[in-house]
Design a protein around this ligand. Structure first.
Ligand SMILES: NC(=O)c1ccc[n+]([C@@H]2O[C@H](COP(=O)([O-])OP(=O)(O)OC[C@H]3O[C@@H](n4cnc5c(N)ncnc54)[C@H](O)[C@@H]3O)[C@@H](O)[C@H]2O)c1
Length: 359
């Protein structure tokens, strides 16, 4: 038997522990079928860490993550911590973790499973077959090369400095991740920015065009963010890989999640190119349904699948996890977020157990 894969497990807040519990069972079962084992090390992050230690990212958590092969994270945040000052909020834990692991690229697949094409608020013929990979820069918006925080203008009015600011090497680095991803897919890359208004976007576009020369097999197009937000609803099948900045990517990927009808279906990976990546669902901690066994664990299971593919290099385990989700959908099993007449309503834990049988 191979050495156990060391995985840092960060359940976080809200529905986090429920979906993590389900995903770990499914991952363990899929690994067993392929002769792979895991050593899970649990650690605190977000609100749970604030309650226990006063810090959303305790040093011990970062140390555990750095010493692991990969990091599996559920979600952070909740009403209880919403009134804390920005620097002490659960989100700081997540931002600190990404920075601590130098995770600069966020990969967000937005795939509409054929079984869910009619769960989308959009028409079936528009969403059926959608398969987009959004590559989002994660550093801009966290480390602003510019002054950050609040100041005053010449009239004494309060102003805030916050925008995505990138250096040329940062744009080049994310562009390369996106071109390489496109090479493994349909070889079409759309760079999304706002270069008609923002200087940072002019720099972005210039660098992306320069990097494109190294990837002549990839067809590059450019789109302003406002148009991209519209095209994503009008003709989502136009997109193969999208590369964009932190804030534009945040908004576009939430919009893309609705193509599949629920946030509960979408995984993501935050990677640095060296060292452990962070694998987590796109959705948050869903405090409105937390503790009721109502959450959809599929995005968490698919995040574990991405971890197996990208970090742990055990693609057969990833295939098993993805196939199990596909079969559960085929069998009509749906958590509350996706349930409709003619399908079978299941709890989070029930779906987890079913997936264990299916891997
Ligand atoms: N990466 C993260 O950990 C992350 C991301 C986004 C938001 N948040 C935090 O989460 C908290 C709630 O934020 P929000 O309500 O804007 O976003 P959210 O993603 O938590 O929830 C939005 C809606 O989607 C539903 N939903 C989300 N995931 C689901 C799942 N797996 N199954 C079924 N339904 C699901 C929720 O019930 C809610 O109605 C906030 O504290 C926010 O800061 C964390």
């Amino acid at each position: 038997m191979c050495k156990a894969h060391k995985v840092a497990v960060l359940p976080g807040d809200g529905i986090g522990p429920e979906i993590m519990d389900a995903a770990l069972k499914v991952l363990t079962a899929a690994g067993r079928k392929e002769g792979e084992t895991f050593e899970f090390k649990h650690a605190l992050i977000g609100g749970a860490a604030i309650d226990a230690t006063g810090n959303p990212l305790p040093e011990e958590t970062l140390d555990i993550c750095k010493a692991s092969d990969s990091v599996l994270l559920a979600a952070i945040g909740g009403y209880k911590w919403d009134t804390l000052p920005a620097a002490q909020r659960p989100e700081r834990g997540l931002l600190g973790l990404r920075a601590g692991l130098n995770a600069f690229a966020n990969l967000r697949p937005a795939i509409v499973p054929r079984q869910l094409a009619d769960s989308s608020p959009l028409k079936k013929e528009i969403v059926e077959g959608v398969d987009i990979l959004i590559v989002r820069e994660l550093v801009g918006g966290i480390y602003f090369g510019q002054p950050r925080g609040f100041g005053t203008n010449e009239k004494g009015d309060r102003i805030g400095f916050n925008t995505d600011v990138y250096s040329e090497p940062e744009v080049e680095r994310i562009a390369r991740v996106a071109f390489e991803a496109a090479q493994k897919r349909q070889k079409r890359l759309c760079s999304v920015e706002k270069s008609n208004v923002l200087e940072v976007s002019q720099l972005w576009k210039e660098v992306v065009i320069r990097v494109a020369k190294d990837y002549p097999d990839v067809e590059l197009s450019h789109m302003y963010i406002d148009n991209a937000a519209m095209q994503l609803l009008r003709n989502p099948k136009y997109f193969d890989v999208v590369v964009t900045g932190n804030i534009f990517g945040d908004i576009l990927s939430d919009e893309a999640s609705m193509l599949a009808g629920s946030l509960g279906m979408l995984p993501s990976a935050s990677i640095s190119g060296s060292g452990p990546g962070i694998f987590e669902p796109v959705h948050g901690s869903a405090p409105d349904i937390a503790g009721q066994d109502l959450a959809n664990p599929m995005a968490m299971v698919m995040s574990a699948a991405m971890m197996c593919r990208y970090d742990l290099k055990i693609p057969k385990v990833a295939d098993r996890l993805e196939a199990a989700v596909d079969q559960a959908l085929d069998q009509g099993l749906r958590t509350k977020d996706l349930w409709k007449e003619g399908t079978t309503l299941v709890k989070c834990s029930e779906l987890g157990n079913k997936l264990v049988e299916l891997v």
